[in-house]
Design a binder for this molecule. Structure first.
Ligand code: PMP
Length: 381
């Protein structure tokens, strides 16, 4: 038996996996248009937005690249806020586009403070865009996008947000929050296989795009996608099987009720964190309110060994990225996990930690259960 606890891909709900195995249909058929319309409506419902949502045949990186290639041009001043590896990657994309980067760096394990972004915007009124990561998967930090957007002056650069590891697992409400662009992906909080990029733009961002004109990228031309979407078409051959899976996953989330689903994910994360700490292991993110509902990072000098021992047991977790390579293990909890999975992952970590020579104590289940039974508030990050 194998247990997947990596921050994407995540274990697939049965309905999602079986929907992806449906017979093929032609992508110029009425049936396909109906599928696309359903996906549009379900995603608008999830995002609480009336605007178009573009589906790209790509992983999250492609969706992020589409934002950069469509909304930025060489020479643009771009405020790039990073609190981990994925913040750096978003920056690197803008940098390769020959934008002038204004870096705002937050120590890894911490969250972005709204004041730091406001300060950078005031110092650079000429900036064209701000790049932010909602859920920094490399550290397990969730950033307060709503608070950041609300703190910005009225006249402000476009706010582009990486929601690759937050979409589905926590509220992402771009219209209500005043965000201009989102780029997400299918394989984490959307509970699907990898391969679909999700892009949403505000009316202001679509207008900016109209005035900038078509990007150099032919495949990631968002105006071209929007045009096709309006006719319920895909400009190129789409990943139809993945669209079926996404349809099933979005239907599952809607049936459960988003608020309930988000609350359950926060509850799992909070109880898991309590169990890990009670065991005597350190969490990378010290501030509870900044901890991700989707992924938790455990900091230990024996991280590599711990990950390998877990893997040998059949439990796959992720290691650290970039500066945290060899220093943390990351455990993801995006799916419908409950108390049995809590016992499985905490018990496995306990056993693996002991066999790597770490000193851990056995009271972890009581601590996790205490938090499990509390009424965890639904986060608004
Ligand atoms: N941004 C974030 C926050 C991510 O977690 C990831 C994937 N781990 C990416 C970007 C890159 O996405 P992908 O691997 O799907 O291309």
């Amino acid at each position: 038996m194998k247990y997947l606890f990596t921050p994407g891909p995540v274990p697939l709900p049965h309905e999602v996996a079986s929907s992806g195995a449906r017979p093929m249909i032609g992508h110029r058929s009425e049936e396909f248009s109906a599928l696309l319309l359903r996906l549009q409506n379900r995603l608008r419902d999830l995002l609480k937005s009336s605007g178009p949502v573009v589906l790209l045949p790509s992983s999250g990186t492609g969706a992020l690249q589409s934002l950069v290639e469509n909304l930025l041009r060489p020479g643009d001043v771009v405020i790039s806020v990073s609190c981990g590896q994925f913040g750096f990657r978003f920056r690197e994309m803008a940098s390769r586009m020959d934008c002038q980067i204004v870096p705002v760096d937050v120590p890894w394990g911490g969250a972005v403070a709204p004041e730091a972004v406001v300060e950078a915007v005031k110092a650079h009124p000429e900036a064209r865009a701000i790049l932010l990561t909602h859920n920094e998967t490399s550290t397990g930090v969730i950033n307060p996008i709503h608070a950041i957007a609300s703190a910005l002056p009225k006249e402000r650069p476009l706010l582009l947000v990486d929601v690759v590891s937050s979409l589905g697992v926590t509220p992402c409400l771009p219209e209500a929050w005043g965000v201009d662009a989102l780029a997400g992906a299918s394989q984490k909080g959307l509970l699907c296989p990898p391969g679909v990029g999700v892009v949403w733009l505000s009316p202001r961002a679509w207008e900016a795009l109209e005035s900038l004109g078509h990007p150099k990228s032919f495949y990631f031309d968002l105006l071209g996608y929007k045009d096709s979407m309006e006719r319920l078409q895909s400009p190129y051959t789409p990943p139809i099987s993945l669209f079926y899976s996404l349809d099933a996953a979005l239907s599952l989330l809607a049936e459960r009720g988003y608020a309930k689903w988000w609350k359950e994910r926060r509850r799992f994360a909070a109880a898991f964190a309590a169990g890990v700490e009670a065991m005597g292991l350190d969490l990378l993110v010290s501030q509870k309110r900044h901890r991700s509902p989707g992924v938790t990072a455990i900091k230990t000098p024996k991280a590599k060994r711990l990950k390998d021992v877990l893997y040998g047991m059949g439990v796959e977790v992720a290691g650290g990225l970039g500066a945290l390579n060899g220093q943390i293990v990351r455990v993801a909890h995006y799916t419908d996990m409950a108390w049995p999975e809590m016992c499985l992952i905490l018990g496995s970590i306990y056993g693996a930690a002991k066999s790597t020579g770490l000193s851990v104590n056995a009271s972890f289940l009581d601590a996790a259960q205490r938090v499990w039974e509390e009424d965890v508030p639904c986060g608004k990050c």
